[in-house]
Design a protein around this ligand. Structure first.
Ligand SMILES: N[C@@H](CCC(=O)N[C@@H](CS)C(=O)NCC(=O)O)C(=O)O
Length: 217
């Protein structure tokens, strides 16, 4: 039995959860916050979520996990295309989303979650970084109808999980939202919300996010 350890407002947890659901693999979800405790680090050496347990062994890093699932369960839906060029396109989109949009956005939203004050300089730096990443992403996305082409891939797992969370967080700080300047992104996210598996990922995220926002008020 596969066990997914993570939390509903973690985009990387949600990326793997959507992948598991799309693949139709049976798994148990175990809500776990990230931690630097020794016991946690033995399973997830950076102290991050998600991590996956398979047959008593542990795997970390959402991309490594999804690639493992494709290889270990070859009869399930592939989320990294078999064609090497298409596979590289999927990985490029994921890299743009995670390295050039999510990581800069974290400067802002990790502070928000921790209740820290954010300087206007930080907000502006974050806006510029997200804008640069969003412009680069615009050049490689397809939205036909999925982000990397005709089939749903790991890039959709990353995009859906990440953009839903960034949009929730940055709306109060950065206006207009630079992500919404990506032509076709909003229609794509609306389409993804019609996917029952994406909706299954979104629902617990929205519940926890609303509770967090109430706490901060
Ligand atoms: N590259 C990692 C990123 C995972 C990650 O940053 N997870 C966040 C939660 S969404 C976390 O655990 N943060 C805690 C920390 O960085 O200490 C992956 O793809 O799994």
């Amino acid at each position: 039995m596969i066990k997914l350890y993570g939390y509903p407002i973690s985009n990387y947890t949600n990326k793997v959860k959507l992948a598991l659901l799309e693949k139709g693999l049976e798994f148990e979800e175990i809500r776990t916050p990230f931690s630097q405790d020794e016991e946690f680090l033995q399973k997830s050496p950076m102290g991050k979520i998600p991590y996956l347990e398979v047959d008593g062994k542990y795997l970390v890093e959402s991309q490594a996990i999804i690639e493992f699932l494709d290889d270990a369960y070859p009869n399930s839906k592939r989320l990294i295309p078999a064609d090497p060029f298409e596979a590289a396109e999927v990985r490029t989109i994921i890299s743009f989303i995670e390295n050039y949009i999510d990581i800069p956005a974290r400067r802002l939203y990790e502070s928000i979650v921790e209740g820290k004050t954010i300087s206007p300089e930080t907000v502006e730096l974050t806006r510029l970084s997200i804008q640069k990443g969003a412009k680069a992403l615009s050049r490689v996305v397809k939205f036909s109808p999925y982000i990397a082409g005709k089939e749903i891939t790991a890039a959709d797992c990353s995009a859906f999980a990440t953009f839903q969370i960034i949009n929730d967080h940055i709306a109060d700080w950065i206006s207009p939202n630079p992500l919404l300047e990506i032509p076709g992104l909003q229609a794509y996210l609306d389409m993804m919300m019609q996917n029952p598996n994406a909706a299954k990922v979104d629902k617990p995220k929205s519940v926890v996010m609303k509770a967090l926002k109430r706490l901060r008020k």
